[in-house]
Structure formats: C-alpha cells, structure tokens
Design a protein around this ligand. Structure first.
Ligand SMILES: *Cc1c(COP(=O)(O)O)cnc(C)c1O
Length: 375
C-alpha cells in the first residue's frame, strides 16, 4: 500500500477541461475568462464580491492593508494558527499581539480579547485590526468577537483559509466580517495548486485589492503609478482548476466530515484519544481530523506520530503556537496556556477527501495497536 498522506489534492473531473480552454484560447496570463468566471462562481457560493489572488497569504496581506494597517501599528491574532495568518502583519511593519484560544473551539477567546481591548482602550492604544482564524475548518465564535470589536471600533480580518464551506449560525465562513481571505493551497479542502481569494461586503474594497494586485497600474495608456502595488494576481490557467474544484466543494466538505466522524466512532472507547471540539454554532468541515492524545495515554503524541510514520502513514502535530516561536520571541501574548496544551497533545490524522475506507482502516488499526488497545 502506498504512503497515506495528511491531505492531498482531490480533483473533481472538470478542472482539466477549463485548463485546456485556457490553452486553446491562449489566455495564459493573469487575465482571461477563467479568472472572471472563478470570481463570479466564488461570489455566488459565499455571497460576496471576490478577487482571485496568487495565495491566501497575499489575500491576508492586502486585507490588512485595506484595514489601514501600517508601520508601528499593533494587530491582534490568535496564537494558535499557521504562521501565514500573521506573517503579513510583519510585511506591513506592524506588530502582532497574540491572544489564547478558548477550550471550547480552539479559536480566539472572545473574553480574553474583550479584557485586552478594554485595557488598551484605557491607555488609548487600541490595535489597528484583529485577525480571526477559523481553525481546521471550524468557525470562531464570531458574534461574540464582533460585539467586542464593534465596542472599540476595531475592524476584523477573517482568515478563512482553512474553513471554506464551514458555516456559523447559518452564514458562510468568510462572510462574517468586513474583509476575508481564503486559500487554495495544495493541502486545503479545494485547491488550485496554489492560490487565494479576498472577499468583502464592500465591492469598492475588492476593486482596490484587484488594482493593488496588478502593480497598482492606473487605468491610463501610459505606465502611471500613484500607489505601491504587488504582483499578486491569480493566473487564468489555475483559475480553471479552481472552477472545477468549486463544483465539488460540497462533496469535499461531506467527505472530510465523514473521515473525521469515522475516526471518532472507531476511537470511541479510547478515553485518551478525543476529537477536537465541535462547537454547536455551525458546520465544521473538519478540514483536518484533529485529535488530542491525553496525558493518561500509554504513548505520547510524538510517539504516535512516529509509529504511524513507520507504518507508512503521515500524521502531524497541531500548529505550534506563535508565542512559542523564536520569530515572535518578543511579542506580547495574552495567556497562551490553552493553545500550548492543544499543541502538546494535538495530532492531525490523514484527512483527504479521496481517502478509501481501506486506507482509513489502516490508520485506525495502527493508532489502536500503538495505543495498546487493538481488538
Ligand atoms: C494555508 C493557510 C494560509 C495561507 O494560505 P496560502 O494560500 O498557503 O498562502 C493562511 N492562514 C491559514 C490559517 C492557513 O491554514
């Protein structure tokens, strides 16, 4: 049996046709019908004007710029996330301040955020923006977070890179704050091999990002420039992959959820192994199947990862919190013990939507044998 990987691309079938059209019509640049259609189809899915970009990181970068973040500003972000959520803060010369997770969703803790903003408001040094991440396909408690941010008039940038297809109280992830970012990296729930999208309720903001993403070229004949721009636009070729992938998004969400719940049921008798919390407020895509290995277990999380590796199965730890990274050694963090605990115990199991029952059974068997409870 070939190696079972964590999260692999899963094409739907229509992608190659759209890519072939791009070749046939010679639209082999960052303009063309696939880009226009991909943006329209994405907009139809999440209900907001959208602009296709080269990566999710680019979307976060330009999203922060839209919110006015600049040199010397502070930006709040959850400590438990992938580094791409916070690298763009540094690109703009701003400083990240981290906040711990709540145990019930592993996402940004609204109470800690509230305490922090109250304390900063008293000193008249409010942060310029708050980045909210929907971790592993589960939305953060957006109503509580939005209430807190509205009280202090601090805007939110939604990092929905891991949560396309998730919902919060019936609303789509990525349509819960003024500006949001998505990723189509190769390991995400749908992929363009690499790419991203920025969406906003305000079409003017989306148009501004489209302008910045193409070197901020003014709409005149001469090469005339007023603002700093970037080469961040998506290619028309890979936008074709995105169009095909969007057609199967709902099926991919259902498959990822099925994988996670099959693990949960298979490990139901193992007290030391627990699926990450499933908050009651929405649909969790379970982009990755994440479990915690309890302290009572016979093996540590790292021992379990090693045993799986030796059996030809790729598993990974949960994201290492930002406040534990040398890159952010001097950054402030509000608490951090929940994130640190999740990091110490958390394991991501193979979660691909294309995984066969036999492949998943193999993962289950290796986990059960390693935990000392094979039956
Ligand atoms: C993948 C990811 C990103 C970055 O997306 P890229 O398309 O890889 O640049 C940002 N934030 C989170 C939480 C991610 O998981």
């Amino acid at each position: 049996m070939k190696r079972i990987l964590l999260s692999v691309p899963h094409m739907g079938g229509a992608e190659e046709g759209f890519v072939r059209e791009a070749f046939a019509s010679n639209w082999l640049s960052t303009v063309g019908p696939n880009i226009d259609a991909f943006e329209q189809e994405f907009t139809a899915k999440i209900g907001r004007p959208s602009v296709a970009l080269a990566s999710g990181t680019a979307a976060l970068h330009l999203g922060l710029r839209l919110l006015g973040v600049g040199p010397g500003d502070e930006v709040v972000a959850p400590t438990l996330t992938f580094v791409a959520s916070v690298n763009p803060i540094g690109y703009l010369g701003a400083k990240a301040v981290f906040v711990d997770s709540e145990a019930s969703s592993w996402n940004l803790d609204p109470q800690l955020l509230s305490d922090f903003l109250a304390q900063r408001a008293a000193r008249a040094t409010l942060p310029k923006a708050v980045v909210v991440v929907h971790l592993y396909g589960q939305t953060a408690d957006m109503d509580s977070i939005a209430d807190v941010c509205a009280r202090y008039e601090v805007p939110i940038l939604e990092d929905a890179a891991e949560a396309l297809g998730a919902t919060y109280k019936g609303r789509q992830a990525g349509a819960l704050a003024g500006v949001s970012a998505f990723s189509f990296n190769g390991n995400k729930i749908i992929t363009t091999t690499g790419g991203g999208m920025l969406a906003s309720s305000d079409r003017a903001l989306v148009d501004r990002v489209r302008y910045w993403s193409t070197q901020a070229r003014e709409p005149v004949l001469e090469y005339h420039h007023v603002e700093v721009g970037y080469n961040y636009r998506m290619s028309n070729v890979i936008a074709g992959i995105g169009r095909g992938q969007l057609q199967v998004l709902d099926a991919r969400v259902a498959a990822r959820r099925r994988v996670a719940y099959r693990y949960r049921d298979a490990f139901a008798d193992l007290e030391a192994l627990e699926l990450m919390p499933q908050a009651p407020w929405g649909l969790h895509t379970n982009w990755l199947s994440v479990f915690t290995v309890g302290r009572q277990a016979r093996v540590s999380r790292n021992e379990l990862i090693r045993a799986l590796d030796q059996a030809g199965v790729e598993a990974r730890p949960v994201w290492k919190p930002m406040h534990l990274q040398p890159l952010f050694a001097t950054a402030e963090c509000v608490r951090g013990d929940v994130a640190a605990g999740v990091y110490e115990q958390g394991i991501c199991l193979p979660s691909s939507s294309s995984m066969t029952d036999e492949e998943q059974q193999k993962v289950i068997d290796v986990v059960r044998t390693t935990m000392g409870t094979s039956r």
